[in-house]
Design a protein around this ligand. Structure first.
Ligand SMILES: *[C@@H]1O[C@H](CO)[C@@H](O)[C@H](O)[C@H]1NC(C)=O
Ligand SMILES: *[C@@H]1O[C@H](CO)[C@@H](O)[C@H](O)[C@H]1NC(C)=O
Length: 209
């Protein structure tokens, strides 16, 4: 076999490998691109993880794209769409097939991008189940803001709820869940959770995330 064929064959192999990985999230991962059309997916260019549309996790809400001036080429794809909740005080995503007693990190990301053409970034609350998690106070249209919680699942699902406080319509861009080793973050247990305050990358030479 000559070198060129060999190279070509390994290229095909690598591409197949990427395809296989990009179709599957590892066990214990749920990656949701909120606001994507039904049944469509997007692949994160850095992690190769596939983000699915959110319609299998929630029945309410309306999908929007961010305004064209915010949909720049360097914006990560999962931030191009949002799901917005003009109706009801409380709208909840249900993340299912979890294992009761396991610990999970849940991350919610918000990029307003003037999707509703009102130039009015909202302020609303996010809850995990019935418990207050954080106030989401969006200061501007072009920043991506995220909040994280580490919580033990007491049943086989977690609910993430956006709560309207009459200070603008709640929306969300991305919702991610990652299973953690139970030995990590021992302060998070069945009766209390940890909300991210800040995270530092100590000793790094640049701003690696
Ligand atoms: C989404 O996929 C499901 C399952 O394959 C199918 O039943 C449904 O019709 C699809 N919906 C749309 C809007 O394509
Ligand atoms: C969780 O941790 C707190 C603080 O250490 C403790 O008071 C509480 O009893 C723990 N809950 C469980 C279910 O272990």
């Amino acid at each position: 076999m000559n070198m060129r064929v060999l190279c070509f064959r390994s290229l095909v192999f690598i591409q197949l490998l990427l395809l296989v990985f990009s179709q599957n999230n590892p066990p214990g991962f749920i990656s949701i691109d909120c606001g994507l059309p039904t049944n469509s997916t997007s692949v994160d260019t850095d992690t190769e993880l596939t983000y699915v549309s959110d319609d299998q996790f929630i029945d309410t809400g309306v999908n929007y794209k961010v305004a064209p001036e915010y949909a720049t080429n360097d914006l990560i794809k999962q931030l191009l769409n949002v799901r917005s909740f003009p109706h009801g005080t409380r709208n909840c995503y249900t993340l299912t097939s979890l294992s009761a007693g396991s610990k999970y990190l849940v991350r919610a990301t918000f990029l307003y991008g003037n999707y509703d053409n009102k130039r009015n970034p909202p302020n609303f609350d996010i809850h995990l189940g019935v418990n207050y998690w954080k106030t989401v106070d969006i200061p501007d249209a072009d920043g991506a803001y995220f909040t994280e919680i580490i919580a033990t699942a007491t049943s086989d699902y977690h609910q993430v709820c956006l709560v309207n406080k009459d200070r603008g319509t709640p929306f969300i861009s991305v919702l991610e869940l990652r299973q953690l080793e139970t030995t990590l973050y021992t302060d998070a247990n069945a009766t209390q959770s940890l909300v991210k305050f800040r995270r530092f990358n100590l000793g790094a030479s640049d701003e690696q995330r």
